[in-house]
Design a protein around this ligand. Structure first.
Ligand code: FAD
Length: 614
């Protein structure tokens, strides 16, 4: 008991609490201040918003910009594009809502000093592709963070949020959150009228290709630890499309992105013998998914499918043909700058492996799966849509409010809206914030109350891994091994192995079936029991312990969804071998789940897909 009673508890009151200060969180913080001049706006971040989240290292392109001022694209075009890429299933109301506002977000970034590349002839933003514009984006995140810092009443850096708090007066209403400072160990209780979860996607839930010495090297940020999903799941929010994990084609070993290479440098791929291979798999793919293979552009997952089949046929590795493009000094510069601006590791890998892309065509690979809602996939919370555009069935409250009252989300957190990327996530943060301000204004004096019993109980739970270690270390038999606790790293590797082998990771060629999924769920259940015995030797390990808890819960959700959807909708992302084909008759729908934290049971249901844009 001594450990818990000595620990300082810090109380923070706010009107709006933004959890996670990445792209969506910075957007939510900025916009909360715009609409809520007198409101108390708090942003809490487990790292430091200056360099946190998936954009920490910088980006070379803003991947979502309509260009409406020049009539380049209209929001409806983006909805069609995302729907096509996601094999027919997106929340068109949410996607349209982002697309119609995203340009104004990008214009703000420009105004705040983000160096944009411009076409020297037209003066327009330089296009990398139909939706992407090119930036000198090394300082993208600090620029965006500065505006959020100035807008917030207070930013609390270095605090990992572990749980949401529920209102003691009204069931199904959020009242705040708890967490701990990863440097001081203080316990934080945040009381809030509305909460906006912007805590990023999930890497390291499937075993990565790089293990051992290269373990931190994943495509998505290794610190994206599924809090965006675990926090709402635990609070009873409905989730959608959690089976819709993403697999990326990337340069081998460094995960360097290929977008600028395909779109701007016009490089292309070939198999080990220098042959084009995608057409080889046309009939096979048509057999699986019908005329989705004839759509333009070809959906990302189907291009992965051809890659995977070619490799399985023994004609790998697949290479990117860079030797031609790199003869042009301008293109060579762009090729290298692309990495130096956002994935320096790829340039280092090439240097260390004697790969000069002017002389050698570099190898590509397919990544381990990731779960997120802002990139080319749709996983996340089920959210209410915009009042003027969403079908009535998608409207039960304020825009971007989840199925829990007062709980909003944006970016990776919100499901059904692929292809938001950095600018769309920021825009969705702004949309959620505006709605949260309306929610608070309409609330009057009926503000939520936190229960002392709940946050005191959670305090014990949050710091238990330190206690487990303190007691268990007396039994250490060798090195760090104790029979009484599980270290976060061991737990993580166990989780990744289960997900990899049973839920469709790299070692099974992304393939699973009902029997494997059943066993996977059993093993995840056993892992969850053992997570009560996590041991943390210090605050850093305590953070790792809670990241693992969040990853494990999100993984269970992914597995439940994968089991529920009895078809293979996105070959190239994952395969249900027992239902190998796309089935539009029964599965042209969203999958929804809801977790009951008292019983540990999951409820699953279908929701209709409404096609609003023709
Ligand atoms: C490798 C890579 C390349 C990309 N390339 C591009 C590109 O070229 N162009 C483009 O437009 N987009 C690109 N994206 C996508 C873009 O980065 C994301 O869409 C965007 O960052 C998502 O915003 P978010 O706020 O949801 O998540 P993030 O920006 O990742 O922010 C999440 C934040 O939550 C914090 N957090 C997490 N858990 C907790 C917790 N428990 N408590 C407190 N804080 C927490 C994190 O530290 C982080 O700051 C890329 C992403 C990656 C990973």
């Amino acid at each position: 008991m001594g450990l818990f009673s000595r620990r300082k508890t810090v109380f923070v009151d706010s009107d709006i609490l933004v959890i996670g200060g990445g792209m969506a969180g910075c957007g939510a913080t900025y916009e909360s201040r715009y609409w809520g001049r007198d409101l108390n706006v708090v942003c809490v971040e487990k790292a430091n918003i200056e360099r946190s989240g998936a954009v920490a290292q910088g980006l070379y392109a803003i991947n979502c910009y309509m260009g409406m001022q020049w009539d380049e694209n209209q929001p409806e075009d983006h909805v069609r594009y995302a729907r096509n890429d996601l094999m027919g299933i997106v929340r068109e109301d949410l996607g349209y809502d982002i697309a119609r506002h995203v340009d104004s977000t990008v214009h703000k970034f420009d105004e705040w000093g983000l160096p944009m590349m411009r076409d020297p002839e037209t003066g327009r933003y330089m296009r990398e592709g139909k939706w992407q514009i090119m930036i000198h984006g090394e300082s993208y995140k600090p620029i965006v963070a500065e505006a959020a810092r100035k807008a917030a009443t207070e930013v609390y850096n270095r605090i990992m949020v572990t749980h949401l708090l529920m209102d003691k007066t009204k069931a199904n209403r959020v009242a705040g959150a708890v967490g701990f400072n990863v440097r001081t160990g203080d316990y934080y209780v945040f009381r809030a009228k509305a909460v906006i979860v912007c805590a990023g996607g999930a890497s390291h839930i499937f075993k990565p290709r790089a293990v051992g010495e290269g373990m931190g090297r994943t495509w998505y940020a290794p610190w994206s630890s599924a809090s965006a999903y675990a926090l709402p799941i635990l609070a009873g929010a409905k989730m959608t499309q959690m089976e819709n994990r993403i697999v990326l084609t990337r340069f081998k070993d460094g995960y360097g992105p290929v977008g600028a290479y395909f779109l701007h440098l016009k490089t292309y791929t070939e198999n080990a013998y220098g042959k084009e291979y995608e057409s080889t798999w046309y009939e096979n793919t048509k057999e699986l998914v019908g005329d989705y293979i004839d759509r333009h552009p070809v959906p990302t997952c189907l291009r992965n499918h051809a890659f995977l089949e070619e490799v399985k046929a023994g004609r790998g590795p697949i290479r990117m043909v860079t030797k031609e493009a790199f003869q042009d000094p301008h293109k060579e510069t762009v090729g290298w700058e692309n990495f130096l601006g956002m994935t320096i590791g790829q340039a280092v890998v090439w240097a260390s492996q004697n790969i000069d892309p002017k002389l050698i065509n570099p190898e590509l690979t397919t990544s381990e799966p990731y779960v997120m809602g802002s990139h080319a996939t749709c996983s996340g919370a089920w959210a209410s849509g915009p009042e003027d555009y969403a079908p009535s069935e998608y409207q039960w409250g304020y825009n971007r409010m989840m199925t829990v009252d007062g709980l909003f989300g944006a970016g990776d957190t919100i499901g059904g809206t692929a292809h938001k990327f950095s600018s769309g996530s920021y825009t969705e943060g702004r949309i959620a914030a505006k709605a949260a301000v309306n929610y608070i204004n309409d609330m009057g004096n009926d503000r939520p109350q936190v229960s002392e019993g709940e946050y005191e109980e959670l305090k014990k739970v949050v710091f238990q891994p330190l206690e487990n270690y303190r007691i268990g270390r007396n039994e250490i038999v060798a090195g760090t091994v104790s029979p009484s606790y599980l270290l976060p790293m061991s737990g993580l590797q166990r989780l990744e192995k289960i997900m990899d082998e049973y839920v469709g990771g790299i070692s099974s060629h992304y393939t699973t079936n009902d029997v494997l999924l059943d066993r996977g769920l059993e093993l995840l259940g056993m892992l969850k029991e053992d997570l009560d015995h996590l041991g943390a030797e210090d605050l850093h390990q305590l953070q790792r312990a809670w990241e693992l808890q969040h990853r494990a819960l999100a993984s269970e959700c992914v597995t439940q969804h994968t089991m529920f959807r009895e078809e293979t909708r996105w070959p190239g992302y994952y395969y249900r071998a027992d239902h190998p084909k796309l089935d539009d008759t029964d599965w042209h729908c969203f999958t929804l789940s809801q977790y009951d934290r008292n019983t540990g049971e999951w409820g699953m249901e279908k929701a209709p897909v409404y096609h609003i844009v023709d």
